[in-house]
Design a protein around this ligand. Structure first.
Ligand code: KG4
Ligand code: ZN
Length: 336
């Protein structure tokens, strides 16, 4: 049995979790900074880093207490090393390093995006591989072929805004506050008229996505028709995002002959997207419960378990990586 204490601090959630064998989260503590960032309508990196510094140790203590876990029971410490906000990442990774050093434990730096995908291993059923993973968060929209744990091939991703970013920007346009995904989705559900149709960027011949045109279309529509009920706009926007994400992903899953589809990241908490993906997919679909879709440390512990052999000594040279490791493929894969 391998027990890992995992820490996540890549953006605006300070989180810690105790995870056993990468499959079972004994605790999952998340201190959100959302209220702090609601004042500025978005995350101010320095403010986020300083808040992580304040929140981190209480969150770690709570995670150990909730799990009824002693320091002595831990086999390793894990933390998100990237991608994310540099200052925020440094706080979490350096705290993990300090704990690992003090306890004489190995340290496992974890990729945040792989963490999101691995949240799908915290459920009862284990996803079969190879899988196609759709990671949709505030900072990323990535379509990854997952051949094995730690073996990913990037097939496509957004060329401009991330899906969550589009939700946040449109929510801002409709005056719904930050983060925009949840209130926009709640508003969309109240729409009475559902005839408004917004454009879909299909990007034919490519596995990429684009959401900035949709955001502009919303802005133009709202400016041209100020009396349009915001709920109708929210509904049409959500439909457009869910439609493109679900249908393109389903098509790629079919083409690649994967055994299942894994959806992950904050936007995977969206009810309409969950439904649309389940409807469109030709293979079994795994989506974590909403609390494991948005940023958390249980997913970091789940991913860390797959990289125990890459654990480092806390004294070793260490760095964060602010941007995604997996770059777009040089030659685009095309199928007729
Ligand atoms: O994965 P996450 O917690 O943080 C990042 O790694 O970015 O994702 C946050 C994003 C935000 O853009 C937020 O608006 C969006 O996920 N989000 C949602 C929902 N819940 C969170 N978007 C649509 N519907 C939701 N229910
Ligand atoms: Zn995330």
């Amino acid at each position: 049995m391998t027990t890992v204490l995992a820490i996540e601090s890549s953006c605006d959630e300070t989180a810690a979790s105790v995870v056993v064998d990468g499959r079972r989260a004994l605790s999952n503590v998340v201190a959100s900074q959302q209220e702090l960032h609601a004042e500025t309508g978005g995350v101010v990196p320095e403010v986020a880093a300083r808040q992580h510094l304040r929140a981190l140790l209480p969150v770690v203590r709570q995670a150990l207490a909730d799990a009824e876990c002693d320091w002595d029971r831990l086999d390793a410490i894990a933390a998100t090393a990237g991608p994310g906000l540099p200052g925020a990442l440094v706080v979490g990774l350096n705290a993990a390093r300090g704990i690992a050093w003090a306890r004489g434990l190995p340290l496992i730096p974890v990729d945040h995006l792989e963490g999101h995908v691995c949240a799908n291993w915290l459920g009862e059923e284990e996803p079969p591989l190879p899988a196609l993973a759709l990671v949709v968060s505030g900072g990323h929209t990535e379509l990854l072929l997952m051949l094995d744990h730690g073996r990913f091939e990037r097939l496509g991703g957004t060329r401009d805004d991330a899906a969550g970013e589009a939700f946040d920007k449109v929510a801002r346009l409709l005056d719904l506050g930050y983060p925009g995904g949840p209130p926009l989705s709640r508003l969309a559900a109240t729409a009475e008229e559902r005839t408004l149709r917004l454009p879909r960027a299909w990007m034919p011949g490519s596995d990429d996505f684009s959401f900035s045109g949709l955001k502009t279309a919303v802005a133009q529509r709202v400016a041209a028709e100020p009396d349009l009920p915001p709920a109708e706009v929210a509904h049409a926007f959500e439909e457009s995002v869910a439609d493109v994400l679900s249908r393109k992903t389903a098509r790629v899953a079919e083409r690649e002959g994967v055994s299942c589809l894994l959806v992950a990241g904050g936007v995977a908490a969206n009810g309409r997207l969950r439904e649309a993906v389940r409807e469109a997919s030709p293979v079994p679909v795994f989506i974590p419960p909403p609390v494991l879709c948005t940023d958390n440390a249980a997913m970091i512990g789940a991913a860390a378990f797959r990289h125990l052999d890459e654990a480092v000594a806390p004294e070793s040279e260490l760095d964060i990586f602010p941007t995604a490791k997996r770059r777009p493929p040089r030659a685009k894969r095309r199928r007729s």
